[in-house]
Design a protein around this ligand. Structure first.
Ligand code: SF4
Ligand code: SF4
Length: 115
């Protein structure tokens, strides 16, 4: 479940707002988006995949929030972990096969959602 946005890293690009399938975020004209509807999060990691600043943390539990401390998450190197391990974007040359698998998963999910 989405747990936090690290405001110091966020550049307010609103990509997370755009890609979230359940409209969890509200855009904010004056800074980082708000996590407005946390309980609607499906733990799909789309926001993390598209946040090029690694400013989001999505926790592994889909059924409940797990409040976390931003400093602890940053220090532990957990920001952007899913993105990195999936071979997404700038990581594609390191894990090319994993990125291919993710693209397939999301394409099938989008097709299913549009039926
Ligand atoms: S995608 Fe990342 S950098 Fe862009 S608004 Fe969301 S949290 Fe901030
Ligand atoms: S993990 Fe998925 S559902 Fe949850 S906030 Fe991010 S994009 Fe939205």
């Amino acid at each position: 479940m989405i747990e936090l946005i690290v405001t110091e890293r966020c550049v307010s690009c609103d990509k997370c707002v755009d890609v979230c399938p359940t409209n969890v975020f509200d855009p904010n004209l004056h800074g980082p988006p708000h996590i407005a509807r946390q309980s609607d999060c499906q733990t799909c990691f789309m926001c993390e995949l598209y946040c090029q600043e690694d400013a989001l943390y999505v926790g592994p539990h889909a059924d409940r929030p797990e409040p976390v401390d931003a400093a602890t998450i940053v220090t532990a190197g957990l920001l952007g972990q899913y993105r990195r391990d999936s071979g997404w974007d700038e990581w594609k040359d390191i894990y090319p096969n994993e990125q291919w698998r993710m693209e397939t998963v999301f394409r099938r999910a989008a097709e299913a959602a549009n039926r």
